[in-house]
Design a protein around this ligand. Structure first.
Ligand code: HEC
Length: 181
């Protein structure tokens, strides 16, 4: 390989690495808080855990015809956020389910320079920002996925054990059969 070609290949590879790193970290946002120390809250509920944050800190500005066209009032906020293109940075969504780091909403509250809106949205504490992070990371659902229904077992402990033993034996038999040449 000629020196020039090798140089170009290296340059291209370095560029690709830099581009994918930028895509992961919410392109251009800086001064972001490190929330990795705050444990994930399971099954965050939009109505009872996220909307109250908006009601307390955001709807004073983000009401009907709010800045950047963003209405965060109850009943309006969800449809204004999830899957909607950000007006201040059209290369990202306001909320991209499963991806807080690329969602304008999370960057707007968690970064000094969110690279969308020109400043950090005030009024949230780290705990609330982590809740927003978790809600988005869990898929930005309108309602949390229901807890799994307990399976009704119509037998007492003794019969459950007998049944389990039979099932294990059958599984074992099948394994032996399957692995026999
Ligand atoms: C003092 C008024 C004010 C408050 C309070 C406020 N915002 Fe904003 N917000 C703005 C302005 C102004 C912009 C547009 C900034 C720009 O164009 O650079 C904006 C933009 C945004 C954007 C970008 C929208 C888009 O489509 O790009 C998001 C997301 C956002 N705000 C969320 C929030 C949240 C969440 C809160 C509450 C924690 C909040 N804001 C509180 C004034 C406010």
């Amino acid at each position: 390989m000629s020196k020039i070609r090798r140089f170009c290949t290296t340059l291209g590879a370095a560029g690709l690495v830099a581009m994918s790193a930028a895509a992961q970290a919410g392109v251009g946002a800086s001064g972001c808080d490190d929330l990795s120390g705050i444990a994930e809250t399971p099954m965050v509920d939009f109505q009872s855990q996220i909307q109250p944050i908006f009601d307390n800190s955001c709807t004073g500005c983000h009401g009907a015809s709010g800045p950047a066209g963003l209405d965060l009032r109850p009943g309006e906020s969800y449809g204004n956020l999830v899957g909607v293109i950000s007006t201040t940075n059209t290369s990202r969504l306001r909320v991209e389910p499963f991806s807080p780091e690329s969602s304008a909403l999370f960057l707007a509250v968690n970064c000094d320079a969110p690279a969308g809106p020109g400043f950090r949205m005030q009024g949230t504490d780290a705990q609330q920002r982590a809740l927003i992070r978790d809600w988005i990371a869990q898929g930005a659902l309108a309602e949390p996925a229901g807890a799994p229904e307990p399976i009704a077992v119509p037998v007492d402990g003794h019969w459950a054990r007998v049944l389990l033993t039979i099932m294990l034996l059958l599984t074992g038999l099948n394994l032996v059969r399957a692995t026999r040449p």
